[in-house]
Design a protein around this ligand. Structure first.
Ligand code: AHG
Length: 282
């Protein structure tokens, strides 16, 4: 597993360099979810594919930018599912973006996620790693290496509220829930990039990130294998909770297809308990 984490550190520097130096224009192609691809999406995907090609413990790769599974080695143990450059449409306006990695052993489902990691490319390059043991570990790149800064833990309650999706398409119960949070003093913190938005809540000690099912996207937007399940491990290991709109733990999801999405809610205990109440789940 350590070799996978070390590879992610190398990847982080390469993608950061590409973001800072390469063309941020669009290609004429779409990814498997039907979204327009940036040159940087494809380049980041290639950087990751090349970096993992020689890592003995990696059996296969599944990318948000590609359909299907890329088999690497018969003897490898882990499948790495990744979103190479999440939020890439924000690069044009110079907001933070990220890479997300889920490391699975066996069938690709939540309970088989053994570790996850994400990288934030912002004013600084930062990395978070979570396993099933202990709190997530937070690293910052300085002088070309990642230094561990601290372990991350969520408070019982906070006041940050990152609520995604088009408001016009929210279901009435979601609209009422988010309004009630603001009415009780929560502050809006939403950039439109799930990596920096969830990173902010983790580092500031709590709050709620939601991407609900909406009238136009009943199953939400965020992909289970590459985005939702990896962040669920981060939030649970930090002492928070991560559930879908039925109150099911996101770490129990079983995707039917690598690109399946799910409504998702990540937060401190108090905020998730308020969600359960508002959605009639408790
Ligand atoms: P993309 O990679 O296509 O830019 O999508 C970003 C994702 C995720 O990072 C973010 O939380 C969500 O889309 C934002 O979607 P909305 O604009 O619908 O809130």
């Amino acid at each position: 597993m350590q070799s996978i984490f070390e590879t992610i550190k190398t990847i982080a520097f390469k993608i950061d360099n590409a973001i800072k130096t390469e063309d941020s224009g669009y290609l004429d192609t779409e990814n498997s979810s039907g979204e327009d691809q940036l040159k940087l999406d494809v380049q980041s995907d290639l950087i990751i594919e090349k970096a993992f090609a020689d890592v003995a413990s990696v059996k296969a790769l599944v990318s948000e930018e590609k359909e299907g599974v890329l088999h690497i080695s018969e003897t490898g143990k882990y499948t790495v599912c990744y979103d190479p450059l999440d939020g890439s449409s924000l690069i044009d306006v110079n907001l933070s973006v990220g890479s997300i990695f889920g490391i699975y052993e066996g069938e690709l489902k939540g309970e088989n996620l053994v570790a996850s990691a994400y990288v934030v490319y912002g004013p600084r390059v930062e990395l978070m790693i979570a396993t099933r043991e202990g709190k997530p570990r937070f690293y910052r790149a300085t002088g070309g290496i990642f230094k561990e800064i601290r372990e991350v833990a969520l408070n019982q309650k906070s006041k940050l509220n990152a609520s995604g999706g088009t408001q016009k398409e929210w279901q009435p119960q979601h609209k009422a829930f988010i309004s009630s949070l603001f009415a009780s003093g929560y502050q809006l913190r939403y950039s439109g990039g799930m990596v920096p938005d969830l990173h902010q809540i983790l580092l500031k000690g709590g709050g709620l990130f939601s991407y609900p099912g909406t009238a136009d996207k009943p199953k939400g937007k965020l992909r289970q294998l590459f985005e939702v399940i990896p962040f669920a491990l981060m939030y649970e290991q930090a002492g928070g909770e991560a559930v879908n709109d039925k109150g099911q733990r996101l770490l129990e999801l079983v995707p039917g297809h690598p690109h399946d999405t799910s409504p998702c809610f990540f937060g401190s205990k108090t905020e998730i308990s308020a969600l359960r109440e508002a959605y009639g789940l408790s």
